[in-house]
Design a protein around this ligand. Structure first.
Ligand SMILES: O=C(O)C(=O)C[C@]1(C(=O)O)C=C[C@@H](O)C=C1
Length: 271
């Protein structure tokens, strides 16, 4: 089986991929950006991909859900939660006091927002923690540090000059596993609905939630994202976590469609 994740070597995505797909028949493929990872499944170059969906501090990884929703045939088939401890990585001889800029992927910079403000350092975005660390290593610079994992530091032989710099010590990232197939057989604890209202009108979200409440569907996650057509128009991601049966999902979909909304089931899965 071919599986894609965000490279290069040493990313948190790699750690999640190797822990989740921990059997022999897996061939891993690394891509440079999260949209590229998702496109690899959409274009049939791999069968599955693992990408970050949300983080304790940063919240939703918009890059992930915006790309996922733009690829018609893709489904969520599983999820996996990884603890994320973030460290400041630097070239040998670099002193913490001489660091004036930190590099990493945007969600990581946000997870260390307090630290970055306290130290009054600049920040620069990269496509992943590992690409930031690799660039740092090859530059040899002593006034810049990268933010990433302990294993990334050992992989590139960088020093850890400050530890656990994330805003919350219990930081975690929830990854999703995506494929082109909907899980059908068996019991699935979670179901992801994407609801795009036909038109923006007062109380549209409340009307959707009324349907959910009436059907006794319990939500574990809700997110709204702009449809990108017009300012103020949103689509809603609703994750149900109480083992909705196929019949219940069908019922919810039918009622919401009757109310004029576009409904897509983005997958059924277990943790
Ligand atoms: O840059 C990496 O190491 C990644 O795997 C990406 C990513 C993310 O974008 O959320 C994945 C999990 C962690 O939250 C930090 C970074």
């Amino acid at each position: 089986m071919k599986v894609a994740y965000l490279g290069p070597k040493g990313t948190f995505s790699e750690e999640a991929a190797k822990r989740y797909f921990n059997h022999d028949e897996v061939e891993f493929f690394m891509y440079d950006t999260i949209p590229d990872v998702i496109d690899a499944v959409g274009e049939g170059r791999v069968e599955k991909a693992i990408v970050p969906l949300e983080n304790t501090i940063e919240g939703t990884i918009n890059m992930t859900i915006d790309t996922l929703v733009s690829c018609e045939g893709l489904m969520i088939e599983g999820e996996f939660t990884l603890p994320v401890a973030l460290h400041l990585l630097a070239n040998k001889e670099c002193k913490l006091s001489s660091v004036h800029e930190v590099w990493s992927i945007s969600p990581i910079l946000t997870q260390c927002r307090k630290y970055i403000r306290q130290r009054s350092v600049k920040s620069l975005q990269f496509d992943s923690s590992a690409s930031a660390a690799q660039t740092l290593k090859s530059s040899g610079r002593l006034d810049v540090a990268a933010i990433g994992s302990e294993s990334l530091a050992s992989l590139l032989n960088l020093d850890i000059i400050d530890r656990n710099i994330q805003d919350n010590p219990n930081n975690q990232t929830r990854f999703i596993i995506i494929s082109e197939h909907m899980n059908t057989d068996g019991d699935f604890k979670k179901t992801m609905f994407v609801i795009t209202p036909d038109q923006e009108q007062p109380g549209v979200l409340s009307a959707i939630l009324n349907v959910v409440t009436a059907l006794n569907i319990n939500l574990s996650w809700i997110e709204s994202r702009p449809t990108a057509h017009q300012l103020g128009c949103y689509r809603f991601f609703l994750e149900a976590n109480n083992n909705c049966s196929e019949m219940m999902i069908h019922k919810a979909k039918t009622i919401l469609e009757t109310l004029g909304h576009h409904v897509r089931i983005l997958g059924r899965y277990n943790s």
